[in-house]
Design a protein around this ligand. Structure first.
Ligand SMILES: CC(C)(COP(=O)(O)OP(=O)(O)OC[C@H]1O[C@@H](n2cnc3c(N)ncnc32)[C@H](O)[C@@H]1OP(=O)(O)O)[C@@H](O)C(=O)NCCC(=O)NCCS
Length: 414
């Protein structure tokens, strides 16, 4: 049985992180992704944050697996012709250049539509239409302008960005959804359409619950926030440390060994249904008959005390032991797992979420495989292309002769 997106061809004009995460997922679904890079230079990430001299960085290899790679400069005469042929023969074009860059190459959306009315044209920009639409944007700019930084961090301290790349990879995943919807719609309409996702919008979408809290704030203090009952609430949602953000309170507590191991912590959620078992196991069965503790409402002003008592218990056990005790009691909890632990986790290797890939220049490396599992169409992760590795192969497929390829090379178009 073939892959889910067999037969779909993607003209991949993406670079850095946000766009490449999108096309990498499409490639894992089985699309033929042709990554177009600038001759001689390529995606800037090939050379960024290198761990080994002279080989493609992990930054690049981990974002561009399962793609074919060609070099092409659409600003040259021969390059324009080749680019036009690529638009004719591809189903989807994806790009995340600074605003206007594709237009300046001579290929605004109107032109693309004329060349191939079935083309789905997908773009990532930092901002949607408005005062910042011309700005260049990287990950942390999106986290700051999309509401994540303002709502992340310790209470009464500076805004914080998160290590999860919600601006780049988060936007890429949103774009995947838009592209797949547009491809499905094309089945009915016969026409492609434009898909755009602004990084600010994607981050805000992921911060949806904080906009919920912004509106709740008008009706009184946010009682599940650590500021309640003693702190002050201003007129905007405050940073809430490690508070859960959901309907059941949670916090990160220390486990045995925290003095030397920076990841000896566990997140514990005091879920309503599981609270009696939790209270008993940590040595506070009397809470169940105490009106100060035996309802969620009564606990709200005492949450920090509740989590201090939970922590007294967790500090006597390793995070794994806490998991082993709390999970059978149905208490939702999760250890703080370091990148080292995740890289070594056998279960993630078994599902292909963490995979080892071989590369002719750099040797084997680890990457995160496709987190989206399709039963009939499992992803097998293949290494990223070398710069221009498939240029001739792809150009022949779209009808160029040896002489055409030679001429394009002389012009610096490829
Ligand atoms: C990420 C970003 C800030 C990088 O900025 P940058 O390095 O200055 O790169 P740009 O996107 O401006 O593109 C640089 C130029 O390379 C050119 N270029 C790109 N590919 C080319 C190719 N194959 N051949 C010839 N020229 C090419 C572009 O046409 C552009 O030229 P121009 O500005 O003279 O028209 C910017 O691309 C951006 O804001 N993108 C949208 C938001 C986004 O995705 N950000 C997250 C990235 S992880």
């Amino acid at each position: 049985m073939g892959k889910a997106l067999d037969g779909v061809r993607i003209l991949d004009m993406t670079h850095v992180q946000s766009g490449p995460t999108c096309t990498q997922i499409l490639a894992w679904f089985g699309a033929d992704v042709i990554k177009v890079e600038r001759p001689g230079e390529g995606d800037p990430t090939r050379g960024q944050l290198r761990d080994k001299p002279g080989v493609d960085s992990l930054y690049f290899t981990m974002l561009n697996s399962n793609k074919r790679g060609i070099t092409l400069n659409p600003k040259t005469e021969a390059g324009k012709k080749i680019f036009t042929k690529l638009i004719e023969t591809c189903d989807v074009m994806v790009e995340n250049f600074a605003p206007g860059a594709i237009d300046r190459m001579g290929f605004p959306w109107e032109t693309i539509q004329k060349i191939n009315p079935r083309m789905v044209y997908a773009s990532i920009k930092g901002f949607g239409p408005g005062p910042f639409e011309d700005c260049k944007v990287y990950e942390n700019v999106a986290q700051c302008t999309g509401g994540a930084a303002s709502t992340t961090g310790e209470m009464d301290s500076v805004p914080l960005v998160t290590g999860a790349q919600i601006g780049d990879s988060g936007t890429g995943i949103h774009l995947v959804a838009g592209i797949l919807a547009a491809l499905l719609h094309r089945e009915k309409s016969g026409r492609g359409q434009r898909v755009t996702v602004a990084m600010q919008d994607a981050v805000l979408n992921l911060c949806r619950v904080k906009l919920r809290d912004q509106q709740r704030l008008a009706h009184g203090p946010l009682k599940e926030y650590p500021q309640y009952p003693n702190g002050e609430f201003g007129d905007a949602v405050p940073r809430a440390g490690n508070a859960s953000g959901g309907g059941h309170p949670g916090w990160i507590v220390k486990c045995k060994g925290w003095e030397t191991d920076p990841d000896a912590y566990i997140y514990v959620i005091a879920q309503l249904q599981a609270f009696p078992e939790l209270a008993k196991v940590i040595g506070h069965p009397e809470w169940l008959d105490d009106p100060n503790f035996n309802t969620p409402e009564a606990r709200l002003p005492r949450l920090m005390h509740v989590f201090c008592e939970i922590e007294k218990w967790t500090m006597t056990k390793t995070k794994k032991a806490v998991m082993d005790i709390l999970n059978p009691l149905n208490v939702p909890c999760g250890p703080i797992l370091s990148m080292k632990e995740l890289a070594e986790e056998p279960a993630l290797r078994a599902t292909g979420t963490v995979v080892e890939v071989d590369h002719p220049k750099r040797g084997t490396y680890l990457t995160v495989g496709n987190p989206i599992k399709l039963s009939d169409s499992p992803a097998d992760v293949k290494r990223s292309p070398l710069l221009g590795e498939h240029t001739e192969e792809v150009l022949r497929e779209i009808g160029l002769s040896d002489a055409d390829i030679q001429a394009a090379r002389q012009q610096g178009a490829i």
